[in-house]
Design a protein around this ligand. Structure first.
Ligand code: BG6
Length: 472
């Protein structure tokens, strides 16, 4: 396990909210090596003590009592650096090339290339050192390829760790466990039994403080290109021969490559874009999002996977900001039984089976069945929908980044995204943004706190569309 971490973007939002708290928890739980050190790099001027005081104010919590915070702060050195200054980076950071390191770029993608060259010049990308990159990798396929070419000039794929923090979430990993640990599910997991799949990532949060980035990216690039496509890949991939990094990623890549590109004609049927206006979210008034660019904070898509297993099965992907509740879930909607023999309800009111895997905020698995167990004996053939519910109560809920940091320090790439997956993801996303542009797909306003624009209703899973129907 490597014991030297260089963290770029150390004064940024992600570092404060997740990366340093993750390190704190890992240290508290004694999961980091004895000589672990952090070299923090940011734009703001601080010396070591100044940065430590700044960080203490932001992440100090109950952990301070058991000394973990002091322990963490004592291991941190801080350097203010301009990442466009390759020579400056080399001069400052070469002293840390004394041990194999993991350099983590939690910076905007336009700094990836110069940071990578600076690290190389400092001797920090020599084997077995590694490089971790936050999403987004570029803005489209050409820019992603350009970044990748620079990375590859400094180190090979086996040492590049592209983060999609959804893969670090235990409930997301549980999708693999459920699918490939259960004969029952795998036997019905295709277009013969499944009618459609819904993947919903709803947030109550808004763009809040990231207006500049968002105006450039929108929900399609910020959420669908990575998190939602990774969820789709985990639901739709073929069983891997083993759980090692390449076996899993080979199968995900095949699914991502089988996504049917969107054409301008499809755009009208298979997509909807929205942007929140003023409204009320969870009882509080919320302002609308304004941007000069035609950018969306809500997307609904119908994706088609052109392969044997999934031909004809729509995957509806919906994500949005300032929606009524924070919910991440995957719903697998099964086909109705082929022949209905019951008098009541009549076949039209029968509810087909549905598997609902809720990933956030709580983790539950719910299997919707038809049964008559609750009926009196003379009504035993009168069916009603019922569900088998299971609440998963993990012993300890960890921040997704905790798992990913440990894996990067150990060198396990299974939960990181490979170059060809990123390319396949961008290829599909680029087809959508080109289709939108050519078709002039409008960005429709929705009130903050609602389930998106009216046209989104047909994309929403049944679990929310009945509630959305009540929208004022
Ligand atoms: C990030 C996006 O990658 O994921 C954010 O940039 C989004 O816009 C966030 O809010 C959602 O992550 P989570 O873990 O809160 O579901």
């Amino acid at each position: 396990m490597h014991d030297s971490l260089l963290l770029f973007g150390a004064t940024g939002d992600l570092a404060q909210r997740y990366l340093f708290p993750s390190l704190l928890h890992l240290l508290r739980d004694r999961l980091l090596p004895e000589n672990f050190r952090v070299v923090a790099i940011g734009r703001t001027e601080h010396d070591d003590d100044g940065f430590r005081a700044w960080l203490r104010e932001r992440i100090g919590d109950g952990d301070a009592r058991n000394g973990a915070l002091d322990d963490l702060l004592g291991r941190i050195h801080y350097h203010p650096l301009n990442l466009n200054d390759i020579d400056g980076m080399a001069a400052t950071l070469s002293r840390y090339a004394d041990r194999p390191a993991v350099s983590y770029l939690s910076t905007p993608p336009n700094l990836f290339e110069s940071a990578c060259l600076g690290l190389k010049a400092a001797g920090l990308l020599e084997p077995p050192s590694r490089l971790v990159l936050e999403k987004p990798i570029g803005h489209d396929l050409p820019s992603a390829r350009e970044i990748d070419a620079t990375l590859k000039s400094a180190l090979d794929e086996s040492r590049i760790f592209r983060i999609d923090h959804y893969l670090g979430k235990a409930p997301v990993q549980n999708l693999l466990a459920l699918r490939f640990g259960n004969t029952l599910l795998e036997a019905v997991w295709d277009n013969r039994c499944i009618e459609s799949v819904d993947i919903l990532v709803a947030e109550t949060a808004g763009v809040d403080g990231r207006e500049g980035y968002y105006a450039d990216y929108g929900a399609l690039r910020d959420m669908v290109q990575n998190h939602m496509l990774q969820l789709l890949a985990l639901v739709a991939m073929e069983p891997p021969a083993a759980l090692d990094a390449d076996s899993v990623r080979d199968e995900k890549r095949k699914v991502l490559r089988a996504l049917r590109p969107m054409t301008p004609v499809d755009a009208a049927n298979d997509s909807v874009r929205g942007r929140y206006g003023p409204g009320v979210v969870e009882g509080s008034a919320a302002k609308g999002f304004t941007a000069d660019s035609a950018v969306e904070t809500f997307v609904g898509l119908r994706a088609w996977i052109d392969n044997w297993r999934w031909a004809g099965v729509p995957f509806r992907l919906v994500t949005g900001k300032r929606l009524p509740s924070r919910t991440t879930e995957v719903l697998v909607n099964f086909k109705p039984v082929t022949h209905w023999v019951f008098e009541r309800p009549d076949s039209r009111s029968a509810t087909p089976n549905r598997l609902r895997m809720r990933l956030q905020p709580e983790e539950t698995i719910e299997l919707g069945l038809m049964g008559s167990l609750a009926a009196p004996e003379w009504g035993a053939t009168e069916l009603m929908p019922m569900s088998l519910d299971m609440a998963m109560l993990p012993p300890k809920r960890r921040i997704a980044y905790e798992r990913l940091m440990i894996d990067a320090l150990k060198g396990d790439q299974t939960l990181f995204v490979r170059d060809d997956e990123v390319e396949a993801q961008w290829r599909w996303i680029d087809s959508i943004s080109a289709a939108w542009q050519q078709a002039g797909t409008p960005v429709q306003e929705y009130p903050a706190g609602s389930w998106g624009p009216a046209a989104a209703a047909e994309f929403l899973p049944r679990t929310v569309s009945s509630r959305a129907g009540r929208r004022g």
